[in-house]
Design a protein around this ligand. Structure first.
Ligand code: NOJ
Length: 529
């Protein structure tokens, strides 16, 4: 006990010393946010659960993809991952001890429906998530559940090529219905999907996620069409969302006055050069990323910026489908990590071979936009362990303002925001001062957006713990807890101690907002009282 107390004090001393020596100090307090604002952390099933084929779970797209040599940078997979399937109680205790009011996680499709609609429901999978939900609620923590977070039964991949087939709409509806049936009596916050357009880009354009389809210049794959398939996949995902949201609202919402939304990958963009072409390119980048998913789900159709260039190649919605999709979300989930420069590739030439992510920037599927974190040799913000993420706190306020304006201030949750450590800094000392500064400065930027009237209702750190970062394996670390590779023990980093301290410096917390989300969407005044 004494040791724990002393080490806690030492960590806090270390933290304040490190932060006070920083050139720029950010003062941010929990009380800078409205009463009832949720503070949480995020994870996803494949990235943490492990237990690959245990208790009736079926093979998933990632289980198979990881087995192919060369697909994962460090040759690893999620077979064991953080062993959350067996250590979930310890993880829930951690969440509780931090003082989080919410926890965002996803349901593994292949654990609940190992063969999709073809087979039955795996009761052990249902039991697992029931236990998690019950134990979170018992501790006053709201579960925020993502239904599809990049993982589904391999059988759906083998039979339909995943989201390329409209059959997936029905498969997803069945999965969503299974989740609602078993969990919607207690879960109030649902996200149908995580980052649909980014998933489509990775799976069907850049071949960095399963099914790994692509065509030149994006790569040399056995099959695929990078210019067209992402459009088809997103189209199917949007319609799948629409069907599931309709079902939820008609049959399940009333049980606990729940809400349903979707999460998008939301970089912010700013012009590379002070010219009109680049200003337009930055707007295009936003429309081709955020707007691709959210315009249909809020406004009822694809962004005019996309329609203008794609013309009839962009799939179209029938009038019934437009009705199904329009206003089909109660809130927007924002995954925001950084801000990038945008350069026009319609009137200017773009060199698109400097990094994997810039391949194909001069093509329509990328909106003819070249994005980069560098201008005249100077980076837009401090680089991190991921080449596309730079520390630009102002990006948070900017993206929230953009979404506030474009979508009439629909309620928002920052469902992911996190810092990827460069190198193995976290492994040596767990002394992740940079991560602490990152969260402080992004929270300060978010608080500014809220003060300016944005209806943001919660903030989730990605991630509760280091985990399997998709094609990068375990080499990239975003967690506020470290996982010891030998013992899989959870070890708090400085950032965990900081988050706990930040959250306890206030007398309010954990107030349930769910009942106000759908109806109070226009009422932002209450946030500023
Ligand atoms: C977004 C994704 O939702 C998550 O799965 C991923 O690990 C983080 N960003 C970090 O890249």
């Amino acid at each position: 006990m004494t040791w724990v107390f002393v080490s806690h004090c030492l960590i806090l001393l270390l933290l304040s010393a490190a932060i006070s020596s920083a050139e720029e100090q950010v003062h941010i307090k929990r009380s800078d946010f409205p009463h009832g604002f949720h503070f949480g952390a995020s994870t996803s099933a494949y990235q943490i659960e492990g237990a690959v084929l245990e208790d009736g779970k079926g093979l998933s797209n990632w289980d198979v993809y990881c087995r192919i040599k060369g697909n994962i940078a460090d040759g690893t997979n999620g077979d064991i991952a953080n062993d959350h399937y067996h250590r979930y109680m310890e993880d829930i205790e951690i969440i509780h001890s931090l003082g989080l009011t919410a926890y965002r996680f996803s349901i593994s499709w292949s654990r609940v429906l190992p063969r999709g609609r073809l087979g039955g429901v795996n009761q052990a999978g249902i039991n697992f998530y029931n236990t998690i939900i019950d134990n979170l609620l018992l501790r006053g923590i709201q579960p925020f559940v993502t239904i599809f977070h990049d993982e589904y039964p391999q059988e759906l991949e083998d039979r339909f090529s995943g989201w390329l087939s409209p059959v997936m709409q029905e498969e997803f509806l069945h999965f969503a219905e299974t989740c609602f049936k078993h969990f919607a009596d207690r879960v109030k916050y649902w996200m149908t999907m995580n980052e649909p357009s980014l998933f489509a880009e990775m799976a069907y354009e850049r071949a960095m996620f399963p099914l790994a389809r692509c065509s030149p210049p994006f790569g040399r794959c056995a099959s695929g069409n990078s210019d067209v398939e992402p459009l088809i996949a997103v189209h199917n995902m949007l319609l799948a969302h629409g069907k599931a949201a309709k079902l939820y609202r008609e049959q399940y919402r009333s049980k606990v006055k729940g809400v349903i939304g979707i999460t998008v990958c939301a970089y912010m963009y700013t012009p590379l050069r002070d010219v009109e072409d680049d200003r337009e390119a930055a707007n295009r980048a936003l429309a081709f990323n955020v707007g691709w998913t959210l315009d249909p789900l809020v406004l009822g159709d694809y962004p005019p910026e996309m329609r203008r260039y794609h013309g009839s190649k962009l799939p179209s919605f029938s009038s019934e489908e437009r009705e199904l999709l329009r206003d089909s979300i109660d809130f927007m989930g924002i995954n925001h990590y950084g801000k990038l420069y945008a350069k026009d590739c319609i009137h200017s030439s773009c060199i698109c071979n400097d990094s994997n992510y810039n391949l194909g920037s001069d093509r329509l599927i990328r909106g003819f936009v070249f994005t980069t974190g560098e201008r005249n040799g100077v980076t837009i913000g401090e680089p991190t362990g991921t080449s596309q993420f730079f520390v630009v706190p102002r990006g948070m306020e900017d993206i929230v303002n953009y979404m506030k304006e474009r979508y009439h201030n629909k309620p928002m949750f920052v469902t992911e925001n996190g810092y990827c450590s460069p190198g193995n800094e976290d492994d040596i000392y767990q002394h992740d001062v940079k991560r602490v500064r990152y969260h402080q400065s992004y929270l300060a930027s978010l608080a500014q957006a809220v003060r300016n009237g944005a209806d943001v209702r919660g903030y989730f750190i990605w991630s509760l713990m280091d985990n399997f970062e998709w094609s990068s394996g375990y080499s990239l670390k975003f967690g506020i807890y470290r996982i010891d590779p030998q013992t899989l023990n959870r070890i708090p980093k400085l950032s965990a101690t900081w988050y706990k301290d930040f959250l306890s410096n206030s007398s309010h917390g954990g107030v349930d907002l769910s009942s106000t989300v759908p109806d109070g969407s226009k009422d932002v005044s209450r946030l500023h009282s």
